[in-house]
Design a protein around this ligand. Sequence first.
Ligand code: AHM
Ligand code: MG
Length: 285
Amino acid sequence: MEKEDVVDELIQKVAEAVPHISSGLMHRREYVGEENPSDEKMMEADVWANEFFKEKITSIEGVGQFASEEEHEVTDCGEGLSVAIDPLDGSSNIPTNNLVGTIVGIYDGVLPCSGEDLVAAFYILYGPLTTVTVARNGQVDEYVVEESSGDEVNLYLASEDVEIEGKKTYGFGGNKSWFESFEELEEEFSDEFKLRYGGSLVGDFNQMLHHGGVFGYPAKEGYDNGKYRILFEGNPMAFIAETAGSASSNGDRSVLDVQVDDIHQRTPFFAGHPDMVERIEERAL
Ligand code: AHM
Ligand code: MG
């Protein structure tokens, strides 16, 4: 199968899972007493969504590897592209019914590999509308997912060739443990820009994508490499940001340029207007 067709099928298969995932969250909001490879508590919904997506994705012809934020090892499943997924990003938002998402990176390389090997990336946002935001072939498009009959869904193109414009909002995670230099920078930003922060990478990034500005999660005390996992979160979102005409950074250079040696490697993460990202690079680290 051509790589383009594999990407198409991945988007379609993950979107088809949306009604099942949305309706299944209600009864899976308890923590299961286990930790994921990043030593974070797993909710029943995390485990269940991972299994569901894994089955769908590994059965696609043209997918060669599958890796998940919720699994220690990479699964080999044939020949072809490598898929890295954060099945439920922001799952700590589920009990309060705030935004969550699913993030998918599609790499043409053997995992772990760097963001330069990404051929496409997309995220699902489970919001008032469920949307799929896709970056590929130099363009970002946003689709609304609508359930149709049986297991099928329709994807309606809502915004074509989305570009990140302007500097309206800012938002940064991890505020209890920021380093002093970052606190100073945040104070400056709070005088100039409007704060929007919801505790979900997908939700917060999506807001920045539409309003313009910057979103990030810096290195902080106890987390010298930040919180986000580069393969499942940092790279796909950086790829979407850069494809939408803005910048990404780990505080020093584009997230996509960072060498990745470990499946669960973390990274500081910033994405948004190039001027704002540049100010972070100058001051924060
Ligand atoms: P998760 O994928 O395990 O849910 O973790 C990532 C989430 C992001 O969506 C969000 O930006 C961040 O963790 C919030 O972190 P914190 O709880 O430190 O504010
Ligand atoms: Mg996540």
